[in-house]
Design a binder for this molecule. Structure first.
Ligand code: SF4
Length: 245
């Protein structure tokens, strides 16, 4: 199948009604190595990898290594590689862009302003992620509707435009609750990031992701110093333009 064969009718009438296992199977059966799971090893990503492994198909997993990840995140990557017999593809920041940013603004520019945080995320996350997406037609991600206000209306399947090209973005667990995710992990002995046992709800780079306090909304632990002034906390990876026909 080619990405040009997929239109909005097919997405609505067929793909959107598949459950997680069905759509993951469909992705790797029809697109092979042009499909990949993009994961930062949140709980949802761990579940997606486990469900995919049960299809018996070969599958790819890529991650963005910002070079500022928690030790626990590197550890779960190794556990995933060992359990499923796969190699997680790591995409790191471009050295020249990183050196230029750090020499102009320092390592900790993200404290200064929203614009500098976005610049840091652009260099360390978005550009490497875009390089990973150059290798796929189907991008499988772990976004869920209950993670934030800005993710409330995300669909299970949508066509997005990356660098002027249509890419089918699939969020197989978009309507799962966090309790369902945790139950699946416990029932299936899925490797997961142990920081989730220490109050973290969303894990990215060190410093920029912190544990939640009692009663705080999901993602409040991200860029905590912007809480109150900016509830739309996205690093830029998940705000591509809509595509499709
Ligand atoms: Fe930079 Fe923080 Fe974004 Fe990581 S999460 S890329 S350190 S601003």
């Amino acid at each position: 199948m080619q990405i040009s064969d997929i239109n909005n009718d097919f997405i609505e009438s067929s793909l959107s009604s598949m459950d997680a296992e069905e759509i993951l199977k469909w992705s790797f059966e029809n697109f092979g190595t042009r499909a990949a799971i993009g994961s930062s090893f949140q709980l949802t990503g761990s579940v997606i990898i486990d469900i995919t492994s049960k299809t018996g198909l070969d599958f790819r997993v890529f991650t963005v290594d910002t070079l500022r990840l928690h030790d626990e995140t590197y550890k779960v990557m190794e556990e995933v590689e060992s359990k499923y017999g796969i190699k997680v593809e790591r995409f790191a920041p471009d050295k020249e862009k990183l050196d230029s940013m750090v020499s102009r603004f320092g390592e900790y520019l993200f404290f200064d302003s929203k614009a500098k945080q976005e610049y840091c995320c652009e260099v360390r996350k978005v550009e490497p992620n875009d390089r990973a997406l150059d290798t796929v037609d189907v991008w499988i991600s772990g976004l869920r509707n209950d993670q934030s206000k800005s993710r409330k209306n995300i669909s299970k399947v949508e066509m997005v435009v990356i660098k002027g090209r249509d890419v089918l973005k699939i969020n197989p667990l978009v309507n799962w609750s966090v309790d369902e995710i945790k139950k699946y992990i416990a029932d299936n002995n899925v490797p997961y990031n142990k920081l989730f046992d220490e109050g973290y709800d969303s894990i990215g780079c060190t410093i920029c992701s912190t544990p939640l306090n009692e009663g705080e909304a999901p993602r409040s632990g991200r860029w905590r110093w912007f809480n109150g002034s900016d509830d739309n906390k996205e690093c830029g990876i998940h705000i591509p333009k809509k595509g499709g026909k």
